[in-house]
Design a protein around this ligand. Structure first.
Ligand code: ADP
Ligand code: ZN
Length: 713
């Protein structure tokens, strides 16, 4: 049996060996046994039912909660030459009848369905008349009433056990906790299922958490090393999503917003672009995520603190499903904690529930201020023991220095106490530093013993100290008040001198270097400099093929396969067939084209593409055409031309003079407007008013890009 499975794996999917427990799971199900599979995202759950489906006679029925997930899997299977179909509401009545006829004729091997459709009596009757290979229940945690993905229709799937007693059933989920696991077993009647529990570690993800200083700058520094990578940036509020997306676009990072406040059509369009195009950044609230199967998300960045470790694990888990290096990066500050706690306080629900949520948030905070390996701490929270530090997180790589903060922490706590436990960090720090502000004087805080005792440390150090004191539960944020700090019971031993306190030493934030800002990590070196050109050529071919076949690029080949082509440089069809991810069907369809690109002879005649448009645009601009003329020539909007020009200027492929034809005086005026203020360049929106009606806004973007690239050098 295993041998046959191995052959299917190689011939159809193009992979050499099973990962983790895949082999055992496949054998169990192929022999007709039930299985419960708990595997992290990216672990390779799909193969666990797809391979047995191909080994057994009859139709395999796959239950999946979302149409997007179904379509993605069906497209992938079709590309592999497997007869798969999805039966859902997007099909017309005629199409549905035709599909049913094909199924009766045995022409379909795998059928994807939503749970509510499967349990319709007519559907069950239809299936009883057929030979069924297996039932696969994907995202099985949707049966759990405690999780936030609960789908009542899943509860009805339990009847499959009685109605199809001889058909094996396999339930799969990436949700790890014990309670959900037991619920799946009872509700789906899987008492006889063998359980396959994998480690929930995601070894290819590099974790980094940095204190928030100037979050946008920090984000840019992080992204600078990841140009042309796809990623997700999570923010807490819709407003912030819009702002950050606009900010990234202004800085020449192609970004799209996604949140529940956008029209459904915009959301769908942005999601589609994110899946189908490469190198886009999705700036989103947590509304974005469920059902995003894009395997080559290279990073997930959090601009705000998630509300629990469960959420953090799930959100960061969307990076690197393909197993290639990926980054989870987060900037967090005390303000986040205040916001989340306030949201919690104002939310519905009983006190017990709220207390539980507060505990979850505290666990999240503890990870931020963790002084040991982040991965060890994260897995420990999910009851998984990792004996050694991972060597692949910021704490392991940079090392964490701690210092004895016992005395200053007592001063900080005493400042809270002496001022009456009602002031925020800003004022408390002023008191410690002995600042002569109006607030300090009007409350008489300059008369307190703690006034000025903290002069030996900087404001930043005191803020960091307060953040850690809160993270460790020594002080609380008062939510009824205005976010002032209060002492909590657990600070007593420290105040009484019974214990000491060791805190993290902050690394000096330096936006330009790797430390602290957290920009460099192994994932940013996926492709080495000398490989870049060929890598881009492979990706261009893949993009063109994807467009031709109307599927996302990763359905043609995942990044890992392209990367292996790049590294192993096959020169014949036989060698190409040995590359992991190149199955028989794909070899036949695409092998030749990719060989040509590797030999440096192919890809030229491909349909026109964004990448090609960029090239053409640059040469047209250099040849002296105005943006309007270029827009006519390339048949795209003038606005698009300006944004591509700005991008090219930012990357110093074009000079400002080449791109724009503006009178000298007007040009200086625009430049001066940007340079007038101190510090950072103003955003285009800030000066757009001055030039309304005089120059197109696109000009402003170009000038800003030019100034910015000058500053960076
Ligand atoms: P999950 O559903 O568990 O998140 P997937 O089934 O989508 O994971 O698999 C993640 C990626 O790993 C896919 O690109 C898949 O093709 C690949 N993969 C799965 N199993 C193997 C294997 N044995 N060898 C190589 N690649 C694999
Ligand atoms: Zn580690």
């Amino acid at each position: 049996m295993l041998e046959q499975a191995q052959r299917v794996l190689k011939d159809i999917f193009g992979y050499d060996s099973f990962r983790g427990r895949q082999g055992a799971i496949i054998e169990r199900v192929a022999r007709g046994g039930d299985a419960l599979v708990l595997m992290p995202t990216g672990g390779g759950k799909s193969l666990c039912f797809q391979v047995p489906a191909l080994l057994r006679d009859g139709l395999a029925v796959v239950v999946s909660p979302l149409i997007a997930l179904m379509d993605d899997q069906v497209a992938t299977l079709e590309e592999l030459g497997v007869a798969a179909a999805a039966l859902n509401s997007t099909l017309s009545a005629d199409e549905q009848r035709e599909l049913a006829a094909r199924i009766r004729r045995g022409e379909i091997k795998m059928l994807y369905l939503a749970p509510e459709r499967l349990v319709q009596p007519r559907m069950l009757d239809f299936l009883r008349g057929l030979d069924i290979a297996l039932f696969a229940i994907d995202e099985a945690h949707c049966v759990s009433q405690w999780g936030h993905d609960f789908r009542p229709e899943y509860l009805q799937l339990g009847q499959l056990a009685e109605q199809f007693p001889h058909v094996p059933r396999i339930a799969l989920t990436a949700t790890a906790d014990k309670r959900t696991r037991e619920e799946i077993v009872t509700r789906l009647h899987l008492q006889d299922a063998e359980r396959f529990l994998s480690s929930f570690d995601r070894p290819n993800i590099f974790y980094r958490i940095v204190p928030k200083e100037s979050p946008r700058k920090q984000l840019l520094a992080f992204l600078a090393e990841r140009r042309s990578d796809a990623g997700i940036v999570y923010c807490l509020s819709r407003k912030k999503v819009d702002e950050v997306a606009a900010f990234l676009c202004e800085n020449n990072f192609p970004a799209l917003p996604y949140h529940a406040g956008l029209p459904a059509a915009t959301r769908a369009a942005n999601q589609k672009r994110f899946l189908n195009e490469e190198g886009l950044i999705m700036v989103a609230t947590i509304a974005f995520g469920m059902g995003i199967d894009k395997p080559n998300v290279r990073f997930v960045a959090h601009m705000d603190l998630p509300k629990s470790l469960e959420a953090y694990y799930q959100e960061t888990g969307r990076a690197g499903r393909d197993g290639l290096p990926a980054d989870a990066w987060m900037a967090y500050g005390l303000q986040d904690v205040l916001m989340l706690k306030q949201m919690l306080q104002n939310s519905e629900g009983d006190e017990r529930h709220k207390r539980l949520e507060h505990h979850k948030l505290d666990a999240m905070l503890a990870l931020c201020e963790e002084t040991r390996c982040r991965r060890q701490a994260l897995l420990a929270y999910f009851d998984e023991d990792m004996p050694q530090p991972c060597g692949h997180c910021d704490n392991c790589v940079d090392g964490v220095q701690t210092w004895d903060a016992t005395e200053p922490a007592r001063q900080a706590l005493s400042a809270i106490y002496r001022t009456g436990q009602r002031y925020g960090v800003g004022h408390l720090v002023d008191v410690l530093l002995g600042k002569d502000t109006e607030k300090v004087r009007s409350f008489g805080h300059d008369k307190l013993a703690v006034f000025g005792v903290g002069k030996g440390r900087s404001e930043g150090e005191w803020r960091s100290l307060y953040r850690q004191v809160v993270a460790r539960g020594l002080a609380d944020i008062d939510l009824e008040g205005y976010g002032g700090l209060r002492l909590s019971d657990s600070c007593r031993p420290l105040l009484r001198g019974e214990v000491t306190l060791a805190l993290r030493k902050e690394l000096k934030p330096q936006t330009s270097s790797t430390r602290g800002s957290g920009s460099a990590s192994p994932a940013s070196q996926l492709v080495r400099g000398e490989e870049r050109e060929q890598w881009e050529a492979l990706r261009t071919l893949r993009r063109n093929l994807a467009q031709e076949h109307a599927v996302p690029p990763y359905v043609i080949f995942p990044d890992s396969t392209l990367l292996e082509m790049l590294r192993s440089q096959p020169t014949s069809m036989a060698e190409m067939g040995r590359v992991s991810g190149v199955g028989a069907r794909k070899l036949e369809r695409y092998g030749e084209a990719f060989l040509q690109v590797l030999a440096g002879t192919g890809g030229g005649e491909a349909p026109r593409e964004v990448a090609d448009i960029r090239h053409e645009l640059i040469s047209l601009a250099r040849a002296g055409m105005t943006p309007l003329q270029i827009a006519g020539q390339l048949q795209c909007s003038e606005k698009n031309v300006y944004s591509l020009l700005a991008e090219a200027i930012g990357q110093q492929q074009l000079s400002l003079e080449q791109a724009l034809d503006l009178p000298e005086e007007l040009m200086s005026e625009v430049q001066d407007a940007f340079l007038d203020g101190e510090g950072e360049l103003p955003a285009v929106a800030e000066i757009a008013g001055q030039f309304a009606g005089r120059v197109p806004e696109g000009v402003l973007y170009c000038v800003r890009a030019a100034l910015q690239s000058e500053f960076e050098v």
